[in-house]
Write a protein that binds this ligand. Structure first.
Ligand code: PMT
Length: 400
């Protein structure tokens, strides 16, 4: 499986004769293991039916901006946040012009404006329309906003003209989107990441733990691997697939995680602590199942676990960059700034876990990156998109 495996890809099809190729694009993306949702502009529904796209994608097709049923489930903002990448193919001259103007007058343009995910545009139109100064200026404008322009191809057109303006083959569009994810920002770097919860045994059948699902740490591991890094992922017990090209080191307790973290981080370039490490563990785990004591309270003595990330940051073979998370329910920024300094971190990622959208187990996150000199907010997006933005920030610091 390639870079698109498990990605959430939003394919937006606008109303041109090449709209039928959108069906093949969706089929190819599904073949790569991606989850695909489709937005059809009103014009596109003249060329291809929502039912066809629904059958191919296995997901409901979206056509209207104001749709009661969709707003209750996957409204335009949810759709925008769901996407890891949005591909507009074919993109007509009209859609390109409306994107350039930042219009939000239908579902397609509204989602394009609302999504924090990268957007790719594959133009398709008559060669004269493509060559027109207005279209060329609009394309330049989109490219300057880091929108990926894929194609167009040149050759015989449906109208009989010959020249540039044909939609690129769906295979080439998939290859271009794949290539974008291979950023190589961390080429040759070794990154160690902790993820998930730790489990602290009380007896053979009980433990203390927390609600971390590991999604944020695994998303980071995937993003680092795609950026070319060698990735060692130390994770507590979770139910997630290990991303491609990532070496998983499963652990259970904070003590085990600490041992692995110190061993693996020696000489690494970057250490990222995304794990929700239990701060305390029972002083000793009972060898046998503890019996109920006839209504008497059970008193557990808890002792402090090692602060793993602080140990890594203080070790003699400290990685070049040590990045932590601060999971807070109040005074987010103040607590995060204080934690960064106290633990000796280069960067801390402040994560408000009082908000259901950005907490343990959620699909999305919104965070603030804090260093000694800079602060940057990353608005709500899938954990994958947030992970890629964190990777970009880490790479920028490393390469400085
Ligand atoms: O796993 P998910 O469901 O996707 O949820 C993601 C997350 C909320 C767990 C993640 O985004 C997050 O915020 N992780 C850090 C959770 C946490 O333990 O935060 P903290 O503020 O208590 O710890 C600060 C930093 O110290 C963290 O980098 C933590 O990994 C590290 N730490 C904490 C305690 C300890 N004994 N050792 C540590 O290394």
């Amino acid at each position: 499986m390639g870079q698109l495996n498990q990605r959430h890809i939003l394919v937006a099809i606008s109303g041109g004769i090449a709209a039928y190729k959108g069906a093949e694009l969706v089929r190819l993306l599904k073949k790569q293991g991606a989850r695909v949702r489709v937005v059809l502009s009103r014009g596109a529904t003249e060329f291809i039916t929502p039912l066809t796209m629904q059958a191919l994608s296995g997901e409901p097709t979206h056509t209207e901006l104001l749709d009661e049923a969709a707003e209750a489930g996957m409204g335009h903002i949810e759709l925008a946040r769901w996407a890891d990448v949005m591909i507009i193919a074919p993109a007509t001259a009209d859609v390109i012009a409306r994107l350039a103007q930042g219009r939000a007058d239908d579902l397609l343009t509204t989602v394009a404006l609302a999504t924090p995910a990268p957007v790719a545009v594959a133009p398709a139109m008559n060669q004269q329309m493509w060559a027109h100064a207005a279209t060329q200026e609009n394309i330049q404008m989109l490219a300057s906003r880091h929108i990926q322009i894929i194609g167009p191809d040149a050759g015989e057109q449906a109208c009989g003209d010959v020249g540039p303006g044909r939609l690129l083959d769906p295979e080439a569009i998939v290859a271009a989107v794949n290539a974008r994810f291979e950023s190589r920002l961390l080429e040759g770097r070794r990154v160690v990441i902790t993820a998930g919860p730790t489990l602290e045994a009380i007896d053979p059948v009980r433990y203390l733990s927390n609600h971390s699902s590991g999604k944020m740490g695994f998303a980071l591991a995937g993003a680092c691997a795609e950026a070319g890094a060698q990735v060692e992922l130390i994770s507590g017990p979770v139910h997630l697939d290990t991303p491609n090209r990532v070496t998983l080191h499963p652990v259970t307790s904070a003590t085990e995680m600490c041992e692995q973290a110190l061993a693996l981080s020696a000489g690494a370039d970057v250490f990222i602590g995304a794990a929700a490490v239990a701060d305390y563990r029972p002083e000793s785990a009972s060898a046998e199942k503890i019996k109920k004591a006839d209504g008497n309270p059970l008193i557990l003595t808890l002792v402090e676990n090692p602060d793993i990330i602080a140990c890594v940051a203080q070790s003699s073979s400290r990685p070049y960059m040590v990045v932590g998370f601060a999971a807070e329910t109040a005074s987010l920024m103040d607590h995060a700034r204080e934690k960064r300094q106290r633990k000796g971190l280069d960067m801390i990622i402040a994560n408000d876990v009082s908000d259901p959208d950005t907490t343990f187990g959620s699909e999305q996150n919104a965070v603030h990156l804090i260093t000694a000199t800079e602060e940057q907010s990353l608005p709500l997006a899938s954990k994958r998109v947030i992970a890629e933005q964190i990777v970009a920030a880490v790479a920028a610091t490393l390469n400085r």
